[in-house]
Every structure is written in structure tokens, then in C-alpha cells.
Write a protein that binds this ligand. Structure first.
Ligand code: BDP
Length: 706
């Protein structure tokens, strides 16, 4: 009897702990969940073929990590441990190095194949094998038939880098998922296991570089103490094919060694950087190079010494070149001149420098000419600097897209920019071709994303927005991938395998970016967010420390109409684009509606292609955005409980409710404010706005209180 009682208690505990395990999905495992496959046929087909793993290549940190990942992944997916075997057998996963020059023409590329007895992962380098292992695991995580495994894959862009805006004091600039990932105080002695999971996640999507600190950089990172901390991270990341880079403060020689100046043409300064770089490479032998924000938003730079951006970049490039390091020099610069158009400033500064940079300098350009707005036309520098390798900078962290509250699938924003045609060398000169080097024949190619990671248990603050980290990696590897396919991959690996749920979540994600643009900044509006609260609206902001930090500078609302005239009759920033674009976008009747108010000041009563006036079209888009936010919440709430882990479900549901509320807030604030200029009524088919503009202004004021 007693014995039975214990057995009963034991079973209860077991049930309880299994339930706990199942319901305790806190999002930490990202898309590398490796939960057991519940489709019996697929499981059987995999288990029938995968009996052991064999590495037919020398052992190395990369290969050991590939094996470890396969073992972990297979154990989870198949529910049984798969041994590593030295001998060749049939029914095995084989990792093989093959000579370069054959089917795999890229050192990071790989080939997967299946012939009923063996699953082969082949590559020409250990890095390729690691990517192949992750490629295979992705296939299995998606429960795809082995018959569909055969594939040869290679990245189209060589440097695929995360930019962390993390500070030594633990905060993250524009970070919405807790504090920094890097425990600086504990490093280098304590190496948190989270760093390994971070590296695994990156390697699984092909990210091969990380800049660990903020572009508004502390000079401290170049001090020996910090270099050893960074070296501990670099050592771990190396085993996952990830190079480590640092953001530098241009005046570091004055801070760290008391030099009188940081003038890039001063021999003492140049020597300082050479010595510093030599020291870095002694400590971090595979160090990647520097990311530099100079003469931008108050950061120091070469112009403080009457030198150019090229002078500054070249000095650093010279120090890094003997070690194979690179400089990523940011083009995000704009002077505090109220008469300038900010959208033209970085072009005007950098275009004349084309050809002036050393071979190991890349100019890193934000996707649009202002600053990571919900939607911007592509930056006019793309295509305009043929002699300089340009690197793309996207922002994965959602500074202006609802931060970690709104679920906005950014892959569609990334894709829209990458597919934009610059016409720089004729039709088809897409931004993607500028970035992948094919347009102007560059070997040095790169893409960066400002990370959305932090110390939050689920890494990104919003489980749904893990998809933005994921899709950034996937699109960096291959910009031609379809975003809906990437969404499906992520959903299956992260949320559910239930077909109705997949298609509903896919729909929700695919519509989320357009919806966010609609409820925040439709028709080409931009930069009308709250001062210091970039998640909320403040179109009424007219005064700030700089004119180009206000909203009025950008929307230019008046009694006649709305929008920034950037045509020939205005700032003519449109003139920076190719002739074909100027012709199309210069005509308010031909420009895609999504850029209308970016380039034109349009009368409130002008008839637009959608058959309504500007005012009516504006209302229509704001309401559409809100109704999509409402629909997303309803879609989520209609999911069957069995299709989603309860903890994940609840956390996303809460976020979607808040997103819906904030979407409404944006719509009300913007329409009520613009109405003070248009003097027109919101068309009667839409629900009435209940609150007053004054209430909404007060709400924003409260948000802005410290
Ligand atoms: C802006 C951010 C600011 C960054 C800056 C940059 O508001 O915090 O430092 O971009 O990219 O979007 O340097």
C-alpha cells in the first residue's frame, strides 16, 4: 500500500514536472528549441536514417561545436541520443571537408545531400560545416522530408554583422529588452553560458560578426582591461565563426594616453593607433576591426581638426591593414543647420569622398536618409559611390516602430529597401546589388543590424520580434529569400507546427509592417514621434534643441497642405537620386503613395489615386493601420490553445493588446493634430475620436516626465 502511494506520488510529480516543462516556455531557446517531433511519420523517417554522426574532418573548435549542436538538436527532435562514431557506417550524418573549387564556391558555403543511406554535410571549411549542420537542423526542425534535403547554399554578402549599442555601465542605447548581454564587471573571468547561446543563435542564421559596444563609444573599450574582457567573448565567438569588432571613440588617444590632439594627420596620433591596433591583435588575433561614428550628434571626429572623414578612416585603415582588419565608417552625419534638409546631408558629405578611402574601409549607410523611420525611401548614397564598398545598416531594435511592445515583422522593411532600384547603372541596379558588391565589383561586402537583444529572458523583449533577429540573419545570407518563407521557418521553429496557426501567424506578421506605417506615419510622413519617447506620437513638437529634431521640420503642415517639398521647388533632395527616380517621384501623381509626403507638400483637398482627397486618404490609412492592429489581436486570440505554448501565448497576447492601444493613440493624436490645419472632418464612416487633442498632449507630457 505504502509502496503504491509512493508510486502514485511519483507519477503525480512526473506529470506535474512534464506539464511544468511544457508550459514553461519563456522564449529563451529562440528558434533553437529542438522540441520532439510530434508527427509520427516524419519522426520515423528521420529516426530510420539517423543512427550516428561522423566527423570526417580534423577536430577543431568549429567542428566540435557543429557536432555538439547536432547531438543536442537530434536528441531533442528525435527523442533519443545519437552517438558520434569514428567509423563510417550507413544511416549516418557525415560531415566532410571537400576541396574548394567544386560545387561549393564560397568558403562559408555548404552542401546537404541525402541518398537513403547517408545524410552528407559537405563544405570546404569548418565554418561551412557548421553552417551546414545548422542548415540540416533547420530542415529537420521544419519537419521537411529528407527527399527535399538536397541543397547547395552560400552567402551572398560576406560580412553579416550585429551592432550592439551596449555601454560599459550596462545600459543599451535604444535597447528595449533589459540591460546589456555582456556582464562587463565579471568578464573576463566569468564567461556566462548565455554568450554561447547567443553565438549558437547567430551561427544558426549565418551572422559572422559582432560589434559589442555602442557607436557612441566609450574610449574605455580600447583600454587593456576592457580588451581582455572583449577577448574572452571573442574566444568563444571564434568557435562559432563570429569575428569580434569594436566601436571606437575617435579621440581615444587623448583620453587614454593624454595626447594633445586626435588629428588624423598628426604623426603621433597615427603612431598611437598603430600601436593600439598591434596591441589589440596580440590580445585578439582574429579581431575584425573598427566601427566609427564620427562628427555625428556631438561625437568627436576628424572634422574637429579640419580633416575629412576619409582622413580619419584612412588613418585607422592603415593601422588595421597589416592585420587584415577593416574600418566601418558610418555615414550617419547631419549638421545642426535649420536651413539644410537633413535628408541630403550625409550624401553631400560623403559623395565627394568616393574614391578617397583606403581599400579596407567600408562606408556604413543607414537604410534611409533620415533615421530608421517606420518607412523611408532608400538612402541616396546607395549607387552613388561606385568606388567605395557600402555597407547597409538596418536597425533591428525597434526604436521608432513601437520598441519591444509592437510586433512588427521587419523582414518586409529590410526586403523593401534591398529590392529598391537605384537605377545607378541602369534599371535593375538594386540596393541589394550595391551591398552584395555585384553592381560595382567589390569583394568587401557587408550588412549590419543594430541588435534588439538584451538581458531579458526572451532576449528581445517580445518573443514575436525574435523573428527580426532571425530574418535579419537569413536575409543577410541571401537577400533574395522570400520574407513569407522566412516567417514560416521562424514560426515553425519557434511557435507551432499546427498548419492553421502557421498560416494565421504568417498573415499577421506579413501585414504588421504596413500596419505600423499606417498607424504611425502613412503616405511618407516621418519623424513625428515624441521627443525622448520615440514609441509615441508628438506631431505637435515644434521646438527642440535643434530644428531637425522637431516634428514640424518634417511634416510642414500648414493651412494649405502637408508634407516636405523635396522637389526642385523645395530642398531638391530628390535631385540626389537617379534621373528615372526623379521623373517618377518628382510628379505627385506618379510617386508611389508611400513616399508622397516625403517628397511633396500636398494640398489637403488634392484628389489622390485612391479616389479620395489627401485628408481622406490620410484618415483612411490611419484607420486601416488601427484595424489591422485589432485584427492581429483577434487572430491571435482565435488560436487554439493546443497550438501554442500557454506562456508564449499569454505574453504575446498582452503585447498585442498594448499595440492595439498604442496604434489608436497614434491615430487619434496625428489626426486630431493635422485636423487643426486641414479644418476638415474625419469622414463619417469611421468611428468618432472620443478624446481631445489636449488630453493626448497631456498624456505625452506625462510619458515624458522623469
Ligand atoms: C539614432 C538614435 C541614437 C543613435 C543614433 C546613431 O536615436 O541613439 O546614437 O541614431 O545611429 O537613431 O548613431
Amino acid at each position: 500500500m505504502m509502496k503504491h502511494k509512493y508510486i502514485f506520488l511519483g507519477s503525480l510529480l512526473l506529470i506535474f514536472s512534464t506539464t511544468l516543462h511544457v508550459s514553461a516556455d519563456d522564449g529563451y531557446r529562440l528558434w533553437l528549441k529542438y522540441d520532439k517531433i510530434t508527427d509520427a511519420a516524419i519522426l520515423k523517417s528521420y529516426s530510420g536514417v539517423i543512427k550516428s554522426i561522423s566527423l570526417q574532418a580534423p577536430s577543431s573548435a568549429l567542428n566540435d561545436n557543429a557536432l555538439k549542436e547536432l547531438k543536442t538538436g537530434l536528441h531533442g527532435l528525435l527523442g533519443s541520443s545519437i552517438p558520434i562514431s569514428a567509423a563510417s557506417r550507413s544511416k549516418q550524418i557525415v560531415l566532410q571537408l571537400i576541396p574548394p573549387g567544386g560545387v561549393i564556391d564560397h568558403e562559408e558555403g555548404y552542401r546537404l545531400s541525402y541518398d537513403k543511406k547517408l545524410i552528407r554535410i559537405q563544405a570546404t571549411t569548418d565554418r561551412g560545416l557548421l553552417y551546414g549542420a545548422f542548415g540540416l537542423l533547420r530542415h529537420l526542425q521544419m519537419w521537411l522530408p529528407l527527399e527535399q534535403l538536397d541543397q547547395t547554399r552560400a552567402p551572398k554578402i560576406n560580412l553579416r554583422i550585429l551592432n550592439h549599442w551596449d555601454n560599459p555601465n550596462g545600459t543599451i542605447e535604444r535597447g528595449y529588452a533589459g540591460s546589456t548581454l555582456w556582464k562587463w564587471a565579471d568578464l573576463p573571468d566569468c564567461v556566462d553560458e548565455r554568450y554561447t547561446d547567443y553565438a549558437r543563435a547567430n551561427a544558426s542564421i549565418g551572422i559572422n560578426g559582432t560589434v559589442v559596444n555602442n557607436v557612441n563609444a566609450s574610449a574605455r573599450f580600447l583600454d587593456k582591461e576592457y580588451l581582455y574582457k572583449v577577448a574572452a567573448l571573442a574566444k568563444l565567438f571564434r568557435g562559432y565563426g563570429i569575428k569580434t569588432y569594436l566601436s571606437i571613440r575617435f579621440t581615444a588617444p587623448t583620453y587614454l594616453s593624454g595626447l594633445k590632439s586626435a588629428d588624423p594627420l598628426d604623426p603621433a596620433v597615427r603612431q598611437w593607433w598603430k600601436d593600439k591596433v598591434d596591441e589589440i591583435y596580440q590580445i585578439i588575433p582574429d579581431f575584425g576591426g573598427f566601427l566609427v561614428k564620427a562628427n555625428s550628434e556631438g561625437e568627436p571626429g576628424p572634422q574637429d581638426y579640419n580633416r575629412t572623414h576619409a582622413d580619419g578612416a584612412n588613418m585607422l585603415a592603415e593601422a588595421l591593414a597589416p592585420h587584415g582588419g577593416i574600418v566601418m565608417w558610418r555615414a550617419f552625419v547631419y549638421k545642426a543647420d535649420p536651413n539644410n534638409d537633413r535628408a541630403a546631408e550625409s550624401y553631400n558629405e560623403f559623395k565627394p569622398l568616393d574614391g578617397a578611402f583606403k581599400a579596407n574601409v567600408m562606408v556604413q549607410v543607414k537604410n534611409g536618409p533620415i533615421d530608421f523611420q517606420p518607412r523611408e525611401p532608400f538612402h541616396p548614397l546607395f549607387g552613388a559611390m561606385p568606388q567605395t564598398p557600402l555597407m547597409m545598416e538596418f536597425q533591428i531594435t525597434q526604436e521608432y516602430l513601437g520598441q519591444s511592445t509592437h510586433w512588427v515583422y521587419l523582414a518586409n522593411l529590410f526586403k523593401e529597401v534591398l529590392e529598391s532600384d537605384t537605377y545607378a547603372r541602369g534599371p535593375g541596379s538594386t540596393v541589394a546589388k550595391v551591398i552584395d558588391g555585384s553592381l560595382d565589383h567589390h569583394q568587401l561586402t557587408g550588412i549590419a543590424g543594430v541588435a534588439n537583444t538584451g538581458s531579458d529572458r526572451n532576449w528581445c523583449g517580445h518573443i514575436g520580434n525574435q523573428a527580426n533577429w532571425y530574418s535579419f540573419g537569413r536575409l543577410s545570407w541571401d537577400p533574395s529569400l522570400a520574407t513569407t518563407v522566412i516567417a514560416d521557418e521562424w514560426i515553425k521553429m519557434t511557435l507551432t507546427h499546427q498548419p492553421t496557426a502557421i498560416s494565421m501567424i504568417n498573415d499577421l506578421m506579413m501585414k504588421s509592417h504596413e500596419a505600423c506605417v499606417d498607424y504611425m506615419t502613412p503616405l511618407g510622413l516621418h519623424h513625428i514621434m515624441g521627443e525622448s519617447i520615440h514609441f509615441g506620437p508628438q506631431p505637435w513638437l515644434e521646438k527642440s534643441r535643434r530644428a531637425d529634431w522637431t516634428s514640424a521640420y518634417y511634416h510642414r503642415a500648414d493651412s494649405v497642405g502637408l508634407g516636405f517639398d523635396r522637389t526642385i521647388t523645395g530642398s531638391n533632395a530628390l535631385g540626389l537620386y537617379a534621373k528615372e527616380i526623379q521623373q517618377r517621384w518628382g510628379d505627385p501623381d506618379k510617386i508611389p503613395l508611400q513616399y508622397l509626403l516625403w517628397f511633396h507638400h500636398v494640398a489637403w483637398d488634392k484628389q489622390l489615386p485612391e479616389g479620395k482627397t489627401l485628408w481622406e486618404t490620410l484618415c483612411a490609412h490611419y484607420y486601416k493601420g488601427v484595424s489591422q492592429a485589432t485584427k492581429a489581436l483577434q487572430q491571435w486570440q482565435s488560436l487554439k490553445p493546443s497550438s501554442i505554448d500557454p506562456e508564449v501565448y499569454a505574453s504575446i497576447e498582452g503585447k498585442l493588446k498594448r499595440q492595439q492601444w498604442e496604434a489608436e493613440w497614434w491615430k487619434d493624436a496625428c489626426l486630431l493634430y493635422f485636423q487643426t490645419y486641414s479644418k476638415m472632418d474625419v469622414p463619417s464612416q469611421y468611428p468618432k475620436i472620443i478624446r481631445s487633442l489636449e488630453e493626448l498632449k497631456e498624456l505625452v507630457r506625462l510619458y515624458q516626465m522623469r
